[in-house]
Design a protein around this ligand. Structure first.
Ligand code: SF4
Ligand code: SF4
Ligand code: SF4
Ligand code: FES
Length: 697
């Protein structure tokens, strides 16, 4: 490491690496240099001049966000002349700014408001009429108010560099300069809202949140996004039990402040008017009718007992969205109380074969941090920007900051092609595309391979053999679809593997076999919608469904339990990279119960002992009994991401590659949840995307 540089800031000695900017060297001492245009991780702009500091032996004030440290430098950030400069900058920025803080969404969280309190004058010398431009609706979720804009270009840079979209630019000059979207009067983009979040003032506002409340009127609950498998932390703003806003401005999770449109806006399904509020039981008239919880539980308890008593055939289908605790308790109930291994879930990636092929190799599964830190990536058969937005964001940041090399193999164009060193446009299965990259890949210092659902069964083994043959350290990510797809696998929602990949004594029926069994007596579906795409062969099967909505499967049910959403419960979920994170209840929905409680109540109804059905207690049991889950509790409890260490030995089960199929959700779809998100369906990019979705889980 190069020698550190010694300098003095406000009379205090500090050492910093060569190239460190003054703004960051000051931060090391806990000294804040005010800044509007500077934003960590993005290119330097030097547009606002708010960060001016005094450097001894230089004739003029220097720009703290672009000046690197130098040996012996003496810097003053708090002198009279610096204060005067800041006052001048704030006065200039306010020339046309409306100062409508009492009605502005940003009021209370606004960087300009803070600086005006600190450096603003009592009155302005600019008394001319302000230059006004009407507010513009760029999309249902992004609005632009030009008079509030201080032209810091943060939005332009986050969209271009962070998102790789480049939907924003600047039009006109001088006082008439304004930010303009790529469609001139509308946006055509990812609709992620990252530009809104990064805007230091209230120039960009969210269509979902604007004018609804003030920030101090909300409680802020940190939980995990319930949509894709990337596991972004989202801080939900809640007022009177209703979620009003999603963001992660405190950068407290693995995703920093990143959220895609689903994490930021698609929480609204949780208050959709079609949510079920009461259990439903099919009555003699053939109709599903609302009943009390006690009645519904009694009907199911009696039926399950009757089927069990005559050694009848059960089928249990679990979910990719329910928590680890719920999945664990569901399989425990199925195996111990119902006495069946006929349990499965919609499988979206071949993790079983990957773990088996990697047996004996330590440290071969990549974390989300690896996707930023590592030097080379091979992405096979996945459109990350659409299907795994946060992973795509991480890899783009690694490319920008570390010059990472990116290779892609996909049937069609993907966003990563724009900055990849090699792109193979071809169906990903088979050895050919890999061989064409061999020479380049083996010259990389290290590699992370991410692969989608087209690589399954033997193709996974061949991929690992190819990785081994490169002679460099290789890590893998098996891309799965949903917020707890990984947890469904780890908790043993499989006919042949119990929790932690322990093989069961006698394998049960798999997903397709359960649906095709003409003699099935009872089907229990928890948080899934298998009948959206398949028929149920057994016409006489007694069907029990837990769901938030009357889905296609719920419509066929004999009993429906109204289930709580992931934003209404305690528990944990495991993301695509095997990181366990905690769900915290943000809102309430009258009438619904978490699946964990419904399973527990059913056990009680049947006089069965499945342990205490509190999420913390079940997680304690998971930590003790599920291989790889003995994670540090304080990390999970404090809202961090704890890495699970999956099996390091053979996985004694064939993966049934024919059952593995990603739903190919896009940025604007999310299985059955997406249907009920008004925000998601409101953007113009959505309908085409909806058309592409292959199935729902
Ligand atoms: S919403 Fe996202 S993609 Fe669209 S302009 Fe803003 S930052 Fe860019
Ligand atoms: S809209 Fe916001 S982020 Fe973009 S330039 Fe204006 S003030 Fe900066
Ligand atoms: S990337 Fe996935 S987990 Fe993150 S906010 Fe988007 S949908 Fe949610
Ligand atoms: S923060 Fe330095 S010029 Fe804007």
């Amino acid at each position: 490491m190069a020698d550190l540089i010694n300098l003095t800031i406000d009379g205090r000695h500090v050492q910093a690496a060569p190239g460190t900017l003054l703004i960051n060297a000051a931060k090391q001492l806990g000294i804040e240099i005010p800044a509007f245009c500077y934003y960590d991780g993005y290119t330097l702009q030097a547009a606002c001049r708010m960060c001016l500091v005094e450097v001894e032996k230089t004739p003029k004030l220097q720009v703290g966000c672009t000046t690197p440290v130098a040996e012996g430098m003496v810097v003053h950030t708090d002198s009279e002349v610096v204060h005067q400069a800041r006052k001048g900058m704030v006065e200039l920025l306010l020339t046309n700014h409306p100062l409508d803080c009492p009605v502005c969404d940003k009021g209370g969280e606004c960087e300009l408001q803070d600086m005006t309190f600190r450096y603003g004058l009592g009155e302005s010398r600019f008394t001319e009429e302000k230059y006004h431009v009407d507010e513009k609706e760029w999309s249902p979720v992004v609005f632009y108010d030009k008079p509030r804009c201080i032209l810091c270009y943060r939005c332009v840079r986050v969209c271009n560099e962070g998102m790789g979209v480049g939907a924003l630019g600047v039009n006109n000059r001088g006082v008439r300069s304004e930010i303009e979207p790529n469609g001139f009067d509308h946006l055509n983009c990812d609709e992620c809202g990252m530009c809104i979040d990064i805007c230091p003032v209230g120039a960009l506002t969210s269509g979902a949140y604007r004018y609804k409340t003030r920030p101090w009127e909300m409680q802020h609950v940190g939980t995990i996004c319930t949509h894709c498998s990337n596991g972004c932390k989202t801080t939900l703003g809640v007022r009177n039990g209703e979620i009003i806003r999603g963001n992660n401005r405190d950068r407290s999770g693995i995703n920093g402040e990143f959220l895609c449109i689903k994490g930021r806006y698609a929480f609204d399904f949780s208050h959709h008017p079609e949510r079920l509020q009461s259990p439903l039981v099919r009555k003699k008239n053939g109709k599903l009718e609302p009943v009390a919880w006690s009645e519904a539980l009694e009907v199911v308890g009696k039926k399950f007992q009757e089927v069990r008593g005559r050694n009848g055939k059960f089928g249990v289908i679990g979910s990719n969205h329910t928590s680890n605790e719920e999945n664990y308790l569901l399989q425990k109930f199925a195996r111990q109380v119902l006495g069946t291994n006929n349990i499965d879930h919609h499988r979206t990636g071949d993790l079983a074969t990957l773990l088996d092929a990697l047996s004996g190799k330590a440290d071969a599964l990549a974390t989300t941090a690896d996707l930023y830190d590592r030097k080379a990536f091979l992405i096979i058969g996945a459109d990350l920007a659409q299907q795994h937005p946060f992973l795509s964001f991480q890899i783009r940041a690694s490319y920008r900051h570390h010059n990472a090399h990116i290779y892609t193999i996909a049937e069609g164009p993907v966003r990563e092609d724009a900055y990849s060193v090699k792109t193979v446009t071809q169906a990903p299965a088979g050895a050919e595309p890999l061989e064409s990259l061999r020479d380049s890949l083996k010259n990389e210092p290290e590699l992370v391979i991410l692969f989608g659902d087209s690589i399954k069964g033997d193709a996974v083994r061949k991929l690992v053999a190819f990785g081994d043959s490169l002679g460099i350290p290789v890590k893998y990510v098996c891309l799965v679809d949903y917020s707890n797809s990984r947890g469904a696998f780890d908790m043993g929602l499989l006919p042949d593997l119990g929790p932690g990949c322990h093989a069961v004594e006698s394998a049960g029926l798999a997903y397709d076999q359960i649906l095709a069994a003409a003699d099935l007596d009872a089907l229990w579906v928890v948080g899934a919608n298998p009948l959206k795409r398949s028929d149920l062969a057994s016409k006489n099967a007694f069907v029990v469904v837990h769901d938030m909505f009357l889905t296609e499967t719920a419509q066929r049910a004999d009993v429906v339990f109204p289930a709580a959403s992931a934003y209404e419960k305690n528990g944990t979920v495991t993301n695509v990279c095997g990181e366990v994170q905690r769900l915290k209840p943000a809102s309430k929905f009258m009438g619904a119960k978490p699946d964990l409680e419904i399973i527990g109540l059913l056990a009680k109804e049947m006089g069965a002992d499945v342990g205490i059905w509190l999420a913390d207690k079940v997680f304690e049991e998971i930590r003790k009994t599920v291989r790889g889950y003995n994670v540090a509790l304080p990390i999970v409890q404090s809202g961090g991401a704890a890495q699970t260490v999956p099996v390091n030995g053979r996985v004694a089960a064939a993966s049934r590659p024919d059952l593995i199929q990603s739903a190919r959700d896009t940025l604007f779809t999310s299985g059955s949840l997406g249907r009920y998100s008004k925000a998601l369906n409101s953007v113009k990019e959505a309908p085409g995307a909806l058309f592409q979705a292959r199935s729902e889980t």
